[in-house]
Design a binder for this molecule. Structure first.
Ligand SMILES: Cc1cc2nc3c(=O)[nH]c(=O)nc-3n(C[C@H](O)[C@H](O)[C@H](O)COP(=O)(O)OP(=O)(O)OC[C@H]3O[C@@H](n4cnc5c(N)ncnc54)[C@H](O)[C@@H]3O)c2cc1C
Length: 221
């Protein structure tokens, strides 16, 4: 672990330098394994947040779940210089290979693999049409706040910042229409419920099932 950055009160980014670094595709993940002194093991998957152009490095962005096993260990125990056992990158169909246009829809920490896509597209092919719709609960839940530009549309479901004149409430048909990506490939990531809702809205908006790729992070979210 060569760096730790705080993103929000609940979320930190961990910068790793794997000895056997391999370039990944935006959307892929690593598996992290923790082993206790008594041999007990816990393994979890974490999406890669960084672009593969960051050679030799991988960034993981982890939301701290208060009653979790692995995420609090990252937040509360690990410090710079510590070693962590990771494997990856792992393939999945949730990868962006330059498909355009691309519509990215993220809820909470579901924005992490989408940020890898956005970051990579900004550096490798800025002309490629790509838009992010990002749903968060409160004003202080926005991960990567300093990097969200005109290619990203935020909505606050439970408490917008003072003076916010943008979208509030859950993702809906109007927000999807406002993104202006009526065709192409859509990537949705978040909790089960979030993914189901967003996929339903895309089908209603005329997307075919094979144009929609999804990744589910956990039971709630
Ligand atoms: C492919 C993939 C990529 C992922 N990428 C990321 C990522 O980039 N960043 C990230 O923070 N997480 C990511 N996750 C979720 C991550 O793998 C863990 O599930 C999460 O960190 C919880 O682990 P834990 O050990 O802290 O909690 P656990 O001990 O597993 O669970 C504690 C409690 O939280 C509930 N819970 C489990 N997972 C979630 C969740 N995601 N949201 C809300 N409640 C949950 C459990 O039901 C349980 O009640 C990803 C999951 C997958 C499958």
């Amino acid at each position: 672990m060569v760096g730790i950055r705080r993103e929000t009160p609940r979320v930190k980014t961990f910068v790793l330098q794997p000895p056997m670094w391999m370039p990944h595709l935006p959307g892929q993940h690593y598996d992290v394994r923790l082993t206790a002194p008594d041999g007990y093991r816990a393994q979890r998957s974490y999406s890669i947040a960084s672009s593969p152009l960051d050679e030799g490095r991988v960034e993981l962005t982890i939301d701290r779940l208060a009653d979790g096993e692995v995420s609090p260990y990252f937040h509360d125990v690990l410090v710079e210089g510590d070693q962590v056992e990771v494997r990856g990158p792992f393939a999945s169909y949730f990868v962006w290979r330059g498909e355009a246009p691309a519509l990215l829809i993220g809820g909470g920490s579901g924005v992490v693999p989408l940020m890898a896509m956005l970051r990579h597209r900004r550096r490798a092919d800025p002309g490629t049409p790509m838009r992010l719709i990002y749903s968060v609960r409160h004003a202080d839940d926005v991960i990567y706040a300093g990097e969200l530009d005109s290619d990203a549309e935020l909505t606050f479901t439970q408490g917008a910042p003072d003076g916010w004149s943008g979208h509030t409430g859950r993702i809906d048909a109007a927000l999807i229409a406002a993104a202006g990506v009526a065709s192409g490939t859509a990537f949705i990531c978040g909790s089960n419920a979030f993914v189901e809702t967003a996929a339903g809205l895309l089908l209603d908006a005329g997307f075919a099932p094979q144009q929609i790729r999804t990744e589910r992070f956990g039971p709630t979210g």
